[in-house]
Design a protein around this ligand. Structure first.
Ligand SMILES: *[C@@H]1O[C@H](CO)[C@@H](O)[C@H](O)[C@H]1NC(C)=O
Ligand SMILES: *[C@@H]1O[C@H](CO)[C@@H](O)[C@H](O)[C@H]1NC(C)=O
Length: 189
């Protein structure tokens, strides 16, 4: 059998499987109330402090990819940190832990100190324990205020959307450790 006929045969076989199962059997419209959409939407405001500890013996934010040397810039372009940062009620690390910010940030600008942030805020306290919100966006770290998007969530935060305002509480130039105030506004059911 020539290669050409072999591929023709495969194509015909694949097509017949397709029509046997039906191409759209995996999707159907449903009533939104089956997934909680009949409830009234709520807006919640969370005020949390995000601790990016990169120094010392127990960092929670670790560089996993160093800045690239292929681009001559001071913006650390290419650097990637993976983080599992505490989110606390107050600005000190010893204050009550309510969630963990798990994800990464990457330096994605060749001209500015700017990070792409991609994190899940996994709640560990109260009725939101086990639920999470997903935060993503552009963070020009030396701007006075920055904004990230809340693009979704799980548990109590299914269908969530919103935004987070970021304000640097403290930044230690020597160690690189930062504490950032996050005011998160979330619409959810
Ligand atoms: C990198 O840029 C700086 C400032 O523009 C310049 O002085 C330096 O020579 C450049 N280095 C290389 C390796 O191109
Ligand atoms: C949060 O949930 C986890 C897992 O179900 C449980 O082990 C933990 O005790 C809970 N924490 C609080 C503060 O309720």
């Amino acid at each position: 059998m020539t290669t050409k006929y072999f591929f023709l045969l495969i194509t015909i076989l694949l097509h017949s499987c397709h029509s046997l199962t039906g191409a759209d059997d995996f999707v159907r419209p449903i009533d939104g109330s089956l997934v909680g959409l009949h409830k009234e939407e709520k807006v919640s405001h969370f005020k949390l402090y995000w601790h990016d500890t990169v120094s010392g013996k127990t960092p929670t934010s670790v560089e996993v990819i160093p800045p690239t040397k292929k681009v001559n810039t001071t913006t650390l372009f290419g650097k990637v940190n993976i983080l599992d940062n505490p989110l606390t009620l107050g600005p000190t690390l010893s204050s009550k832990l309510v969630a963990r910010a798990q994800g990464f940030y990457a330096a994605t600008s060749e001209t500015e100190a700017e990070l792409l942030m991609s994190m899940n805020f996994a709640f560990v306290e109260g009725k939101y324990n086990g639920s999470s919100i997903t935060v993503m966006g552009r963070n020009p770290i030396f701007s006075k205020t920055r904004e990230l998007a809340v693009i979704g969530g799980s548990g109590f935060f299914r269908f969530a959307r919103g935004y987070a305002h970021l304000k640097t509480y403290s930044f230690d130039l020597k160690t690189g450790d930062a504490i950032v105030e996050y005011n998160v506004y979330v619409i959810h059911y």
